[in-house]
Ligand binder design. Sequence first.
Ligand code: IMP
Ligand code: MG
Length: 174
Amino acid sequence: MMNAVKKIVISEQEIKDKIKETGAVIAKEYEGKPLLLVSILKGAFVFMADLCRAIDIPLEIGFMCAKSYYSGTQSSGVVKITMDLEQDISNYHVIIVEDIIDTGRTLSDVVKMLKARNPLSLKVVTLLDKPSRRLTDFEADITLFTVPDFFAIGYGLDCAEKYRNLPYIAEMGE
Ligand code: IMP
Ligand code: MG
């Protein structure tokens, strides 16, 4: 195990089971509708890959890059879109796929921006939610795991760009 891991908080199997459940719920709700999953890079890339395969209906995927953490564990409080979607979303039901909601700044900005483009509908699914850290009134429509305030790494989440490749969610050690 990598030294950075203090302890495993959510195991590979727990993540897998929860994604299967969530995928089935989404498939049922969006069956017969034009669905676009929009993943916020980089953190949500692993979650996106697993979630899209758990949704057993036709769908499309898109990516955008929004950055709020620039180094280490400190947020700069500035959200920057560094890569935008290629799709015109006005003909899609959109689900934003996010890794974690912390202060809520990133998503409240991204949601505002995407709503202005008039999608047929817009929802947010997040793998992790840290409600104790919220600085906005933003809430996801679907949350897979609500977690206490610790710095999470793995399953797409990084610390200074490392540890995204851990297959589970871990608490960052010292
Ligand atoms: P927010 O704008 O404060 O909600 O921050 C959201 C973004 O901050 C996420 O998409 C992550 O990239 C990053 N982030 C927040 N908390 C953590 C954490 O515990 N581990 C790794 N990245 C985090
Ligand atoms: Mg990040």
